[in-house]
Write a new protein. Sequence first.
Length: 312
Amino acid sequence: MSARSLDGAAAATAIRASLADRIARVTTALGRPPTLALVLAGADPASEIYVASKLRTAADAGCRAELFRVAADGRLDDVLAVVRRLNADAGVDGILVQSPLPKAMGHDAEQQVFDALDPAKDVDGFHPVNVGRLAQKRARLVACTPSGVMQLLAREGIALAGKRAVVIGRSDIVGKPMALLLLHQDATVTICHSRTPDVAALACEADVLVAAVGRAAYVTPAFVKPGATVIDVGINRVTDPELVARWYPDGHPRRASFEKKGSVVMGDVHPDVWDVAGAVTPVPGGVGPLTIAMLLANTVTAAEARAAGRPE
Ligand code: GUN
């Protein structure tokens, strides 16, 4: 392991600290703290953990965060009704509806929910107005994970102008906004996806490689130019002992952790990539903490816009 570890947790702490003054000022202006409403439909265990973490982090930072639940057997209309109520509530600055929604709500439930959000309160940056503003390089609220990655790259002094960036994954949540943000910093950007032939050959050209595939250890050393910066957005829970044994040598701390818990969380990047890359974000502790820090930043931005009387 020779690559530098990019410490997302430290960057997230710095971002949260940098918000303190803004939170104090906007709290005075509004006569209440910046307020985030989280909507959770169902009881997906991973979503429960993410939402609890968002609530805790927001409260620790001096924001108000409230959880609104919809039952697992609720209908999409129930979620939409909560969103409309929160849109109309002047005491709410930001709204986040946790994905995934229960499957029974339909395949396009999430898009319907994002479309229903007031763009000024869309702290996920998923509403078409916010996506369009990002595409035109005049974004106000940007998807949290990709904007967190940009913060990390800037703080680590990793140059982008004139560099080759490759994003593996084309999701609305990470891949597409990530590619736009890199483009806006003058990188030459390639997006790879499930239908791209020979992803490794393209990835190998990257000075900055972003893996947002959702497949454990997908990015092997064959994908990585020596010295490249590798950003691992994946969070994959691996339960197959054979895979864990293949990826982590005997005596590796992850092996011991797996023996104890029966699973291990790893990213999209194979552990051997650390021998080739110049810098890598670890999982956990890399991109994950930045996502929540940027959610807070977006909530504060939305609250400031409200205090300034700027609707959207
Ligand atoms: N589920 C996993 N990540 C996210 C996210 O960034 N926003 C929302 N709304 N749901 C998620």
